[in-house]
Design a protein around this ligand. Structure first.
Ligand code: PGA
Ligand code: ZN
Length: 425
């Protein structure tokens, strides 16, 4: 089925910032859209999100050049192409851009086009995206990591650590993970209200972190789990995204809230200490994006009992994932489409991660759209884990809800591994 036309427009993400939407229409009239998310705590090695930088327009954040690239060069290059040739199309987009970080056309223009092609292919096949992307092989529903408190750059630095999340360890089904989350999320509101600290939500829908010390957040989170009637560590585990790259300046890690500074070895020791003291089952970015020695120190100490997820470390980039595997620097990889910029490269990153016996964790960005592509991506690849932010705000719920629809569609073929998925192979 051939691509008839490609169009694009500037839409807005969950923070109200401009982003790219691409529409691909096929010769039979079926169509697909690609809506591009946007990060705040971005890694240095990510593909480049092209913004216009004109202070007179949207505070420099408009994406009209990226939109124009999609409507112009990309539309011309893809017209007449077979929509089922996702790999060929993505290779052509990379070649057309010609830069290693997709900075000429913009990774946002390229990813929007690539996602729109994937959606159009599903429409032409008359099946949901997860079936089309996974060739019918995707049947594993993800274990969610769901944020309860948001911090770091998603809460204007109010606390240092970015994500305090929960994992429903004892849940027997995807639906049950959401029930546990519902209970803990609302219990956390009651705990915060009781302490006079309930003050709205951060960028990904977790409660605004009115805390004085990072470890106070652990206390509130454990209190919320217990208040909801669960046993921490047995029924509900903790998962953190430290986003340590944002804490790393001039060779030192800084916890601003506590006015403490650490060298790499000291910060690694703090991460190891937390895993010993709290029921933490997963830590993302405990160390900064280029602190490979720090990563290896954490991995050697706790890699056998805690999932260690590289986000800024790997940026969904195959070359960096290869290095991580060779150096045993982590044991899981966060997967974000817009860090690398095409669907095909994202699939390759997931497959390489799985081939190494590591875990892929499919993830949203802090700036999201109403689109639920990643819910389909997680099931299509049997990734096993999904991280979308919290259990509030429409752009987050759109993903959790889409997995419910996928589950209904899969019927008896749906699988759910629960906490087994966290166990090292
Ligand atoms: P970001 O945050 O989208 O702002 O990068 C998400 C994450 O760090 O996992
Ligand atoms: Zn992260």
């Amino acid at each position: 089925m051939k691509i008839a036309s490609l169009d694009a427009l500037q839409i807005f993400d969950s923070r109200g910032n401009p982003t790219v939407e691409v529409l691909v229409t096929l010769e039979d009239g079926s169509a697909g859209r690609g809506l591009v998310p946007s990060g705040a705590s971005t890694g240095r090695h990510e593909a480049l999100e092209l913004r216009d930088g004109d202070p007179e327009r949207f505070r420099g954040k408009s994406v009209l050049r990226a939109v124009a690239h999609a409507r112009g060069e990309i539309a011309d290059a893809l017209a007449g192409w077979d929509v089922f040739d996702q790999a060929g199309i993505d290779a052509r987009l990379i070649e057309l851009d010609g830069t290693p970080d997709k900075s000429r056309l913009g990774a946002n223009a390229i990813l929007g086009s690539s996602m729109a092609v994937a959606n159009a292919a599903a429409a032409a096949r008359g099946v949901p995206l997860f079936e089309s992307l996974g060739g019918g092989e995707g049947t594993l529903l993800p274990l969610p990591e769901i944020q309860i408190f948001g911090g770091g750059k998603h809460a204007q630095g109010r606390i240092d650590i970015q994500d305090f999340m929960i994992v429903a360890l004892a849940a027997q089904s995807y639906e049950e993970t959401l029930e546990v989350t519902h209970n803990v999320f609302h219990a956390a509101a009651e705990v915060m209200r009781g302490r006079g600290k309930l003050a709205g939500v951060a960028d990904e829908g977790g409660y605004w972190p009115l805390f004085d010390r990072n470890e106070e957040v652990f206390d509130a989170l454990l209190a919320a789990i217990e208040h909801a009637g669960y046993t921490p560590g047995r029924e509900v585990g903790l998962s953190l995204d430290i986003a340590a790259t944002d804490l790393f300046r001039d060779g030192l890690y800084t916890l601003g809230l506590e006015k403490r500074r650490f060298d790499s070895g000291e910060f690694a020791a703090l991460m190891i200490d937390w895993v010993g003291r709290y029921p933490i089952v997963s830590i993302e970015d405990p160390m900064a994006e280029d602190d490979w020695d720090g990563w290896k120190a954490v991995g050697a100490a706790i890699g056998d009992r805690c999932q260690l997820v590289g986000d800024d470390l790997f940026t969904t980039n195959l070359a960096r994932i290869e290095r991580g595997i060779a150096e045993e620097a982590a044991n899981a990889v966060l997967i974000k489409l817009n860090q690398i910029g095409t669907v095909t490269e994202t699939l390759a990153a997931i497959h390489r991660t799985q081939a190494a016996g590591w875990r892929p964790v499919v993830s949203a960005r802090s700036g999201e759209t109403e689109d639920a592509f990643i819910a389909h991506l997680a099931v299509a690849t049997n990734a096993g884990q999904l991280k979308v932010g919290s259990f509030s705000r429409g752009e987050r719920m759109a993903k959790w809800n889409e997995v419910l629809r996928i589950r209904r569609r899969l019927g008896d073929r749906a699988r759910f591994a629960g906490a087994e998925i966290l166990r090292p192979l």
